[in-house]
Design a binder for this molecule. Structure first.
Ligand SMILES: O=P(O)(O)OP(=O)(O)OP(=O)(O)OC[C@H]1O[C@@H](n2cnc3c(O)ncnc32)[C@H](O)[C@@H]1O
Ligand SMILES: [Mg+2]
Length: 233
């Protein structure tokens, strides 16, 4: 595990308390939220976007992903992560959706509304940026969107909450550094640069990830979770 917080006490389940008796129930978390991912670049972005807004640490773990609707994949990952960590966790699942493609077969593609959603980790490894472009060769419509579903589970056996962020754009031949997934082939609407060509701070202002995380931050602000970590109040 990495992150700025000391090792956790054994109990991590959220508890309910109402210290003054008239403020309603307040959730006390005895551990920071653990962001679980196998992807170092995602972690970099999440760290940069969250800053110090939520006490969090990270755990590098490649969780198995059940296929299904994006929210179900993300929730499934959160349930596995919460059991693994035995505490509050945040996970996310990202997908890239091609509006022109509908219902390509295979276990790693499924249809969401009118778009085809792919498990791009697998797809990227198999066919690369050029292959992804080629999928759209026969279509004039190159429009696409990047979507991100974060799931927050406060502990094992709790129902995860989901937060969705979406950024519209188009698929273009690869431009820019190739160090993060499909960033070189996604050009967000209103920009002449691909995600990969943009300065990181710029991507983090407009990305699917930052939009979903803005909702996560609002949730934390609105629910008033109280972190009581290692005796701190
Ligand atoms: O452990 P997890 O968090 O699941 O990490 P992952 O790399 O498996 O991530 P996903 O299943 O969500 O990602 C599907 C693919 O999309 C890529 N990806 C995710 N977010 C991206 C982003 O913001 N820009 C470019 N590629 C991204 C990622 O590298 C994978 O190849
Ligand atoms: Mg994954």
């Amino acid at each position: 595990m990495s992150g700025g917080y000391a090792p956790s006490p054994p109990s991590s389940l959220p508890s309910q308390s109402s210290p003054s008796g008239n403020e309603g129930a307040m959730r006390v978390l005895t551990r920071p939220v653990t962001f679980v991912t196998g992807n170092a670049k995602k972690l970099e972005e999440v760290r940069a976007i969250l800053g110090n807004s939520i006490p969090f640490q990270s755990l590098r773990l490649d969780l198995p992903e059940l296929q299904g609707e994006p929210e179900e994949i993300s929730k499934g990952k959160a349930r596995l992560a919460a059991t693994e960590v035995n505490g509050p966790v945040l996970v996310e699942d990202t997908c890239l959706c091609f509006n022109a493609l509908n219902g390509l077969p295979g276990p790693y593609m499924y249809v969401l509304g009118t778009s085809t959603v792919t498990s791009l980790k697998w797809f990227l490894e198999k066919i690369g940026h050029e292959g992804l472009n080629n999928l759209l060769m026969a279509y004039e419509d190159k429009s696409a969107y990047a979507a991100c579903v974060f799931s927050l589970a406060l502990g094992p056996n709790t129902d995860p909450l989901t937060f969705v962020g979406k950024t519209m754009g188009k698929i273009v031949p690869a431009r820019g550094p190739k160090d993060f997934g499909w960033d070189p082939i996604f050009q967000p609407n209103g920009y002449e640069l691909t995600y990969a060509e943009m300065p990181k701070e710029e991507k983090n202002k407009i990305s699917h990830r930052s939009k979903a995380l803005a909702l996560v931050k609002s949730h934390f602000a609105a629910t008033g979770y109280h972190f009581q970590i290692n005796g701190s109040s």
